[in-house]
Design a protein around this ligand. Structure first.
Ligand code: UDP
Ligand code: MG
Length: 139
């Protein structure tokens, strides 16, 4: 059965560009309920832990410095079929390949500074949610 929750974060490029409000509006209008949300910033070390799964990929170092370069807005979202539906809403990793109208097509600058993260599985949604939020921050 598909899960009801996913994890997302608005990345530094989109926060700096002032797109937080527009992106949150799109998320809510697509039927996701925001269970938890905050504005915070990762150290390079914490970014490295979050993206540990990509440790062997050539862009890992740059990804960690980029993800710790400014504020981010992590959220836990609730909806039927949350992980899959949210990946559709954000579009492909490379904004040039993202479907028109998706968050990355509208707001991402490049394949690395691509505006937003979305969990790729129910298991990772759970791990990533726990990385940022305690039980007392979920409403
Ligand atoms: N990324 C990058 N270069 C690449 C592929 C990915 O800088 O060639 C970055 C990008 O920020 C991406 C993140 O690494 O969102 C994680 O990559 P993944 O393949 O998991 O893409 P996503 O699940 O975010 O679409
Ligand atoms: Mg991914």
């Amino acid at each position: 059965m598909s899960g009801k929750r996913t994890f997302t974060m608005i990345k530094p490029d989109a926060v700096i560009a002032g797109h937080t409000g527009s992106i949150v509006k799109m998320i809510e209008e697509a039927g996701f309920r925001i269970l938890a949300m905050k504005k915070t910033r990762l150290s390079a070390e914490l970014a490295g832990k979050f993206y540990e799964i990509h440790k062997e990929r050539p862009f890992y170092g740059e990804l960690c410095s980029y993800m710790s370069s400014g504020a981010i807005v992590p959220m836990i979202l609730e909806k039927e079929n949350a992980v899959e539906d949210f990946r559709k809403l954000i579009g492909a990793t490379d904004p040039k390949k993202a479907a028109p109208g998706t968050i990355r097509a509208l707001f991402a600058k490049s394949i690395d500074a691509n505006a937003i993260h979305g969990s790729d599985s129910d298991a990772n949604a759970e791990i990533e949610s726990n990385f940022f939020f305690s039980q007392f921050e979920r409403f």
